[in-house]
Each structure stands twice: as structure tokens, then as C-alpha cells.
Design a protein around this ligand. Structure first.
Ligand code: SF4
Ligand code: SF4
Length: 206
């Protein structure tokens, strides 16, 4: 896709395998998510009791994760999955992490050095305003809905529907229905959709 560049640390997207370190792919994964503004969404999610690190033995109060690993970096919650889905980067993200062995639950057994064929792509310019806008939309939703945990319910629904969308390969009508459902679920993300449209309109002019 235009507007994205090959991540320098993990080599060319297609071509001979390149030896990379486990640490460098974790760093690159986090930098890629940050480039789309995913960390802004985490702040809102955590403030609304949605932290995915809750009760983890590797979480240190006020400091954060003490055991960064490939598994947690690769894993996408419903919000981050939705963000990458909308910017057209979900499949390449998944394809990249599928080649990384040793992923487990809250830890990894990934070798310190490994050989990868595919690279992660990052936007040429920081696109964190997209995640920031989505975070602001979520914050508005959390404030304006009486129901407690509304955005966390939404996170799970987005997760489930995007998974279904990706898994459906044969029934095109069903796939279209799921796509519409994702659109309805994200109907309140006004700031995000405004900037997303602008992002695609800018891309089409390149
Ligand atoms: S569930 Fe998603 S948005 Fe919430 S803290 Fe975890 S990664 Fe961030
Ligand atoms: S290991 Fe994973 S779940 Fe635990 S604190 Fe670190 S990022 Fe969070």
C-alpha cells in the first residue's frame, strides 16, 4: 500500500530470509502499533478497567510490563484489530507474526535470533492521530452511556466480528453482512472516520 514503508529492522517484505533478534521484532511491533496511535486507545481502555494486562505477574504497578514478549506484542485486542483492519494493515500484521515461533500466553519461547521472510510495514509518517481520534470517540462513548463497560462490550464485538469477517471465505453475502455489522458497531467513531476518510483521500492523491 502507498504511504507505508518497509520496516528497516526486519528486512524486505518478500525475498531471502533475514536473521533478526527477538528483541528487535518486539520493538518493531510496538513501534508499528504506536505509529497508528494504538497507545492512545490503551489509555482510554485502561481508564475504563479494560486492561488486558490485569492480574499478570509480569505487570509492575506504575512501571508497566516487566517481560515484553512476542506473544503479547503480536496479540491484538478488538480495538487494535479494528484499527489495523480499517487502515488495511491487519493481514500483513498477522502474516508477519505467524512466522514468529514460540508464542504463548503472556510469555514466549521465541529464539533470541530468528530468520524471517516477511517484514512489518509502518506508515511513512506517523499516523497516530488516527488512534488518538478513535480513543477520543471511545472516551465520549464511555462518558455518554449509562451502561457500565459499554466500550469493553464493543471491543469484544469488534473482535468477534472481524475474526468472522476474516474467516468467511466462501459465502460472499455473509461476508458483506459481517462487514456491514462492523460498520454499524463502529458508527459512533465520528472523529476516527473523518480522519480515516482523509487518510484514504490523501493516499489516492499520491
Ligand atoms: S485491551 Fe487493547 S486497548 Fe485495552 S489495554 Fe489491552 S491492548 Fe490496550
Ligand atoms: S506479559 Fe503481557 S499481559 Fe503481562 S504485563 Fe506484559 S504485556 Fe501485559
Amino acid at each position: 500500500m502507498s504511504g507505508t514503508v518497509i520496516d528497516k529492522e526486519t528486512g524486505p517484505a518478500a525475498g531471502p530470509s533475514k536473521l533478526v533478534s527477538r528483541i528487535s521484532i518486539i520493538d518493531n511491533g510496538m513501534l508499528t502499533l504506536q505509529a497508528w496511535g494504538a497507545d492512545h486507545i490503551c489509555k482510554v481502555c485502561i481508564a475504563n478497567s479494560g486492561s488486558c494486562c490485569r492480574d499478570c505477574r509480569n505487570l509492575s504497578d506504575g512501571v508497566g510490563c516487566q517481560l515484553r514478549n512476542t506473544s503479547c506484542t503480536a496479540w491484538l485486542c478488538g480495538f487494535h484489530k479494528y484499527l489495523l483492519y480499517e487502515v488495511g494493515q491487519l493481514e500483513q500484521w498477522q502474516a508477519f507474526w505467524e512466522q514468529v515461533p514460540g508464542q504463548d500466553y503472556r510469555e514466549d519461547f521465541t529464539p533470541e535470533q530468528l530468520s524471517l521472510k516477511k517484514a512489518l510495514q509502518r506508515p511513512e509518517q506517523a499516523m497516530d492521530h488516527l488512534g488518538e481520534a478513535l480513543a477520543a470517540d471511545l472516551q465520549d462513548m464511555a462518558r455518554s452511556h449509562i451502561a457500565i463497560g459499554i466500550i469493553l462490550t464493543l471491543r469484544e464485538k469488534l473482535d468477534k466480528n472481524i475474526d468472522q469477517f476474516q474467516l468467511e471465505e466462501k459465502d460472499h453475502k455473509l461476508k458483506l453482512r459481517i462487514k456491514r455489522k462492523i460498520k454499524v458497531l463502529s458508527g459512533d467513531f465520528q472523529r476516527f472516520h473523518f480522519l480515516l476518510n482523509k487518510y484514504y483521500s490523501d493516499l489516492s492523491e499520491i
